[in-house]
Design a binder for this molecule. Sequence first.
Ligand SMILES: [Zn+2]
Length: 195
Amino acid sequence: MSFILTAIRGTTAVFRTTRAYKAEAVRSIFSSPYLLDAEEETTPDKGKPVDPEKDRSIKHSYETSVRYLASTAYKTTYGTDPVWKHYRRNHKGALPPKKTRQTCIRKGVITTGSPCPICRDEYLVLDHRNPELLKQFISEHNGEILSYRKTGICQVRHQELLIAITRAKDYGIITFDVPFREYDYSEWYKPEPKI
Ligand SMILES: [Zn+2]
């Protein structure tokens, strides 16, 4: 009888030790230096100095952007091409996802390796008083706003672009032509009676 009791005590002790071992193992995983490094990479605002190339905490005014678009620095960077022309999206697999990423900038810091054409250049400000930039996102053939699938800009910037272009058209900063339509008026009016 006592032998059985000691055997039971022994098994519980084994269970206890295994449980304690597992708990210790889990604790050691959570306190591993690799995980701490990963946390610091994903949350850069925890006292860690931010890479100045990825810092977007300073918002530039539209006047600065207008002067930048007319400068030689802009011409040597982009030439006469639109800012989105040589941008290539960075995505997993062969086919790109249907939508572009939601945003490139979180808490004032770029959180992606391939930020979109607007987010990567801090001097490109989407504003209705900056028509030279907005015109690059309007098709010269039919006057429609280019899709984000073509330009590759993120969803937040695309919404800002839509607002800025609509506002610029309302204020008359961007002119656009309404296509002339030929109507067949014989469908509306009866033919004149023959006398
Ligand atoms: Zn972006």
